[in-house]
Design a protein around this ligand. Sequence first.
Ligand code: AP5
Length: 251
Amino acid sequence: MYSIGNRISWLQGPDANCAKTGPVAPRPWHLVLLGPPGVGKGTQAERIIAEFGACHLSTGDVFRYAARDTTGHAPSPAMATALAAMKRGELVSDATVVDLVRERAQCLACQYGFLLDGFPRTIEQAHALEGILARIERKLDAAIYYFAPEALIIERLSGRRVCRQCRTGYHIANKPPRVAGRCDACGGELIQRDDDKPEAIRIRLHAYAATCDPVLDNYRHQGLLREIDASGGPEAVFARTRAVIQALSKV
Ligand code: AP5
């Protein structure tokens, strides 16, 4: 069971230093998680890092962290534009996302390895990632792609709730809190993400469909794509994920 630091350098940017506490895995993994919004990437990421190590680097988390900034500093113009796009369910521009990842390249070079979640989402971002990894002399082990029927994805997204305070995630049917509307971990209020509202879900699914194929083809051609059926409960999906990563261990 691995417990990796607080990801603060990823969330805040290169001036912040992570508190790293856990042991380094015998093989630090360099993985990308792909798949439509709400398919369960974050849910699987929690399980992957606990069993195999690596830092969970989600671009969506960087934006949500910036949106919650309590220091009183106004976001930069690029971040303000990004947050407005995110709220509507649209993709943030490639230039902004690539800059954000490039300035956090030290997280990709981290001794713990990485699990990139939500990046790359476009072929331009995939090519930018290849350039960043080449510069820091790291190679991807695999791009794990989760797929599920659209109706299941909409059900997962529309039922998701997150704690306003500690951001723990729930689902009203699949992972309900013990007390309705309250976080089990801290008692905070459970809220719905702005981009989990019906109109934003529709836009997100459309944005995903418009950009995913070239990214999948790119990794398929490189022999890096691993496809996983994300239907069934989280543990069933993780059993498939574990089998994929264990097979990679033998390569
Ligand atoms: P991001 O945060 O990356 O969101 P996403 O890809 O839309 O994915 P989600 O976090 O919504 O879902 P998930 O697949 O992690 O599912 P989860 O595990 O939570 O991006 C948000 C926004 O940021 C984007 O729309 C864009 O604006 C911007 N952005 C970020 N990166 C960008 C980039 N590279 N380029 C441009 N813009 C970018 O599960 C969902 C729910 O289902 C939960 O309630 C969970 O409990 C439940 N659940 C999960 N798995 C199961 C299961 N197996 N069975 C039952 N329930 C399950």
